[in-house]
Design a protein around this ligand. Structure first.
Ligand code: COA
Length: 208
């Protein structure tokens, strides 16, 4: 099957209404208006990342890092932040997408390192992962989620808006955030030292 056929087939399959979600492994939630009876199986599931996933995540991230779409990070950073990650796993057992939620403050988190494998783009993997990460944010008590991205339309469709400036950041919180060593926090604060990394990216935020 050629790649177009494969993608089309996956799109149909992901449209299948999912079975009841399990506590840890969840079937993908397709958009309601895409329901079809053509396939009985969803083609990917979401689950928390596990240590053996990191090598695959690194492989999938590498070309995106080279294109400066994702921030370059050492392998050890992926292991250290593993609990922040969810992955999408195909029914063949491959990791076909991943994404993380990083808490920054009492009310604030960042969606980071969100990506779908190239041949799975447009099949709902990214949207499903994003919704899972936003659910995590709600569960953790976070009310605003930031992201830095080239994918403005994708995030806009999911309720994010472009951040005009340092809106809603209390000066006291700002000075606390300044103490962070985290690159994502620096990007949120729009600090000069991270400007070369953020060139062309858009700072976006969603109120949950
Ligand atoms: C952003 C990104 C994660 C989106 O992933 P994705 O899996 O392609 O996202 P989705 O499939 O959920 O949505 C993309 C498109 O597919 C469509 N789609 C989603 N589910 C679908 C389905 N079941 N059937 C048909 N189409 C579907 C969506 O409507 C959307 O279409 P549109 O662009 O015409 O509106 C992906 O483009 C990516 O990896 N980008 C590079 C990394 C990056 O920039 N990450 C963000 C910053 S961390």
């Amino acid at each position: 099957m050629n790649r177009a056929g494969l993608v089309a087939d996956r799109r149909l399959a992901v449209m299948t209404p999912p079975a009841a979600p399990q506590p840890e492994t969840h079937l993908s939630e397709p958009p309601a208006d895409r329901s079809t009876a053509e396939s009985s199986r969803p083609r990917f599931v979401l689950r928390r990342a596990r240590t053996p996933d990191v090598r695959r995540i690194l492989d999938l991230a590498r070309p995106l890092v080279e294109r400066r779409v994702l921030v370059a990070k050492e392998a050890v950073s992926y292991y250290e932040s593993l609990q922040e990650f969810h992955v999408a796993e195909s029914d063949g057992g491959d990791v076909v997408g991943f994404g993380a939620l990083h808490v920054m403050w009492e009310d604030l988190a960042e969606v980071r390192t969100l990506a779908a494998a190239e041949d799975w783009l447009g099949t709902g993997v990214g949207g499903a992962l994003l919704h899972r990460l936003l659910d995590d944010a709600r569960e953790l008590g976070v009310s605003r989620v930031f992201c830095l991205t080239f994918e403005v339309e994708f995030f806009t469709r999911h309720g994010f808006r472009i951040m005009e400036n340092q809106e809603q950041v209390d000066p006291e919180v700002y000075s606390e955030l300044l103490r962070s060593q985290d690159e994502g926090v620096a990007e949120f604060l729009d600090l000069a030292r991270v400007k070369p990394n953020t060139l062309g990216n858009t700072r976006m935020i969603i109120d949950l």
